[in-house]
Design a binder for this molecule. Structure first.
Ligand code: C5P
Length: 408
């Protein structure tokens, strides 16, 4: 049996790992989708996977040898390296709790784990397991470790599980996995296609800080990571980017013009001053909704006051006000909600009359390097898989550019 990896490989090739779990039956459908799109797949199955779906099925669907054993590679003693050389990605679907644990530990005692460890290409995993296994702190520890190692997580979804329970842990559908892989691995070509070439993009990022006295203030939890990643992605896509940044510790992205501000009122002034020439405004900043009505000149002494009432005044809603002042600007909002993200997000989108609003679960996004968001637009709710904020930013810039082009 000849191993045709690097020489005969067509433009797109995926190493498709399957680990053990009921969801392995969906691997057949995923293989079919990829083959239909002329993507070459080299299937690698763990021993447990072979108990759920046969290598023969995967061989018939992929039309290629199916690999299982680190020690029985017919033509190559370097199978653990050779198979993923030149591949566009390794995608493991389903990824069981056990497989994730092994991956997190950097094990190399079966072919799939060894391939993942020796890879040079992106690794994407689609977890599938029972809700308790997914929620278990051990699994969550492994997941966050893998995320920080740069592994992409596709799902899991929540819904009815094979064990009869309902909850988180269901593998994404083969269609969703295929679409996510496409988006993450192949659509970043936008960096070359410069979809926002010559467009003026204005972005707000980070929190604002509203002084109470010279040393104290009110602020919001925001690291600025998402807004800075969007600024970088917009610049890579060819836009002239101005980033109005609240107080954050983030390096200024290349080719981005940064304006530092402190308060909501400073931020509003900086935005309105540049609104006229702006094509696209992306409001990522967590702007304070209220600011102290009076700022004390001197530090308030706590021994003088047992009880402090702060009078607060509402700040200007920059995103909303910009729509009134300069209706030509294509405005994109962000909303971090702690519950009912779809309903609250859509209400906000309508109230601010936005063509596009990006929502996420607030408590999961703060300070993290990755994020899971959904896009709300006139056509509904579009969930994206969890991914690194930098990758997500590139996807979102593409989504924004597309809608901006179609706006009239
Ligand atoms: O209403 P809410 O603050 O949740 O809306 C969030 C969106 O509105 C974000 O895009 C945020 O940047 C923007 N916003 C703003 N000015 C404010 C408050 C929020 O631009 N004062």
């Amino acid at each position: 049996m000849m191993m045709q990896v690097s020489s005969a490989a067509p433009a797109k090739r995926i190493v498709f790992g399957i680990s053990g779990g009921i969801a392995a039956y969906k691997a057949a459908e995923l293989a079919r989708l990829w083959v239909k799109k002329a993507i070459t797949i080299d299937v690698v199955m763990t021993a447990a996977a072979c108990r759920f779906i046969t290598p023969l099925t995967m061989h018939a669907l992929s039309g290629r040898p199916v690999w299982q054993d680190l020690w029985h590679a017919p033509d190559s003693s370097m199978n653990h390296i050779a198979l993923s050389r030149g591949a566009d990605a390794i995608v493991v679907a389903p990824a069981s709790a056990n497989f994730l644990a092994r991956l997190a530990q950097g094990r190399a005692d079966d072919l799939l784990s060894a391939l993942c460890l020796a890879r040079e290409c992106p690794l994407l995993v689609a977890p599938a397991m029972n809700t308790q296994m997914w929620r278990n702190p051990a699994t969550q520890r492994n997941v966050s470790l893998l995320r920080s190692d740069g592994v992409f997580f596709l799902g899991p979804d929540s819904g009815e599980l094979a064990c009869g329970e309902t909850g988180e842990g269901r593998m994404l559908t083969p269609e969703n996995i295929a679409a996510a892989v496409e988006r993450i691995i192949w659509s970043p070509d936008h960096e070359k296609s410069a979809t926002l070439k010559g467009r003026n993009v204005l972005i707000t990022a980070g929190p604002t800080f509203e002084a109470i006295d010279p040393v104290r203030g009110l602020t919001n939890r925001s690291s600025g990571k998402m807004g800075f990643a969007l600024a970088e992605a917009a610049a890579l896509a060819g836009a002239n980017v101005t980033l109005i940044a609240g107080p954050v510790h983030q390096p200024t992205p290349l080719n981005v013009m940064r304006v530092n501000v402190i308060s909501a009122s400073d931020m509003a002034d900086a935005v309105f001053a540049r609104a006229k020439g702006t094509d696209i405004f992306i409001g990522v900043a967590a702007v304070a909704d209220y600011t102290p009505t009076h700022v004390a000149d001197h530090k308030l002494k706590k021994n003088e006051i047992n009880h402090l009432d702060l009078a607060l005044t509402a700040t200007v809603d920059i995103l909303d006000e910009l729509g009134r002042r300069t209706p030509h600007v294509f405005r994109v909002g962000f909303a971090a909600e702690t519950q009912n993200i779809r309903q609250f997000g859509e209400e906000k989108r309508r109230r601010k009359q936005l063509p596009m609003l990006i929502v996420n679960q607030a408590q999961e996004a703060f300070g993290a390097d990755d994020n899971e968001v959904a896009i709300l637009d006139d056509h509904g709710f579009h969930a994206l898989p969890r991914m690194a904020k930098t990758t997500l930013a590139k996807c979102l810039i593409q989504e924004i550019a597309q809608r901006f082009e179609q706006k009239d």
